[in-house]
Design a binder for this molecule. Structure first.
Ligand code: SF4
Length: 347
């Protein structure tokens, strides 16, 4: 089925159809890339791509990075339209930090199983059970949940954020149980309650697999990029001793690229979503980067296809809306986190 709005659109647009896993029908050819860039210029739009996007989407984007870093780039960009190639909560975060800009996501069905593991109503009910608690939310949350949050955190600063809270106050930590367990272990905090949320991708990175990888790759280093739910279990398991500690490097995306350029070993195992391998291989072509689990691929991230990006630029859809009151409250929780420092790059 051809989408609407193709009448005045370029010929490629006529090939786009909505398939079972998202928009399809267009290959990432040089003609497509040229058309994407032309349409972006015409709309005065900048294209941002998360590290877990398909390689062809990363290559056509103006900026590639983590969600928080991209949201900050969005806020500072001179363009008045942001095309956010990532999942929905990320585009919402960009909108929260840039309320005056038009924020588009190429397919609004690109969700996140971790962000969806707690709703605003569930959080309200949880808060009612612990009325004096401080709510700390990982950035993988919807705008509504951020609006009910006291302080956001990333995995780079989750320990600092929790440590900044009066030790006598209870903490409600959500939605990621692995990041929560890691923070609880490091801070030794007994009055911290953890929501039992998780990312479906991380299920592919478990302790046995990590231990086996350490045994079969005795010279390899392990890079863990914990800024996404898919790797927080690896962060937790590395802390439990599943991989020799001296070979484990917990790194943000920027840190990972720098470490790749400086790495001494010829093989590096990467515990994160497989999309990250594209940037690493580009940064250090001499190193053999291998995924700890090559099934660790986020189906939501991969919904941003060449066809979806083309449709987005032709039709100006899907636009991301956050009501101004929710945005203002959510902005406060993000800014409190930034005030504590070291937010890293976000998911
Ligand atoms: S990898 Fe997991 S946490 Fe990241 S966007 Fe996908 S579902 Fe969400």
């Amino acid at each position: 089925m051809a989408t609407t709005g193709a009448k005045l659109a370029p010929p490629l647009m006529g090939q786009v159809f909505d398939g079972p896993t998202g928009f399809a029908g267009v290959e990432a050819t040089p003609e497509w890339a040229q058309e994407v860039k032309r349409l972006a210029r015409e709309r005065n739009a900048t294209i941002l791509a998360h590290n877990y996007q398909l390689p062809e989407i990363q290559d056509v984007a103006d900026h590639v990075g983590d969600s928080l870093a991209l949201s900050r780039i969005a806020a500072e960009a001179p363009e008045d339209t942001i095309v956010f190639c990532g999942v929905h909560f990320m585009a919402e975060t960009a909108k929260i930090l840039s309320p005056a800009k038009t924020v588009l996501i190429p397919d609004q069905r690109a969700g996140c199983s971790l962000a969806d593991s707690i709703t605003a109503d569930e959080l309200r009910a949880w808060k009612a059970e612990h009325p004096n608690a401080m709510v700390v939310s990982y950035v993988n949350t919807t705008a509504e949940v951020k609006a009910l949050t006291d302080i956001c955190c990333t995995s780079s600063n989750a320990v600092d954020v929790v440590a900044s809270i009066d030790p006598d106050r209870e903490v409600l930590f959500l939605p990621d149980q692995f990041l929560g367990a890691h923070v609880k272990r490091v801070t030794g905090r007994a009055n911290m309650h953890i929501w039992a949320g998780e990312c479906h991708v991380h299920a592919g990175i478990n302790g046995d697999e990590l231990t086996e990888q350490a045994r079969t790759h005795p010279d390899a280093e392990l890079f863990v990029h914990p800024e996404c739910g898919c790797a927080t279990s690896a962060l937790y398991l590395a802390g439990e001793g599943a991989f020799p500690a001296d070979r484990v490097h917990i790194l943000s995306t920027g840190g990972m690229i720098d470490a790749a350029k400086a790495a001494k070993s010829s093989q590096v195992l990467v515990a994160t979503e497989v999309g990250m391998l594209h940037q690493l291989r580009k940064a250090a072509p001499g190193i053999d980067f291998q995924a700890v689990n090559d099934r660790a691929s986020c189906k939501y991230m991969k919904m941003i296809t060449p066809a979806a990006l083309l449709r987005c630029l032709v039709e100006g859809r899907d636009e991301v809306y956050v009501d101004p009151e929710t945005a203002a409250l959510g902005r406060n929780s993000v800014q409190r986190m930034i005030a504590i420092g070291n937010p890293g790059g976000g998911e």
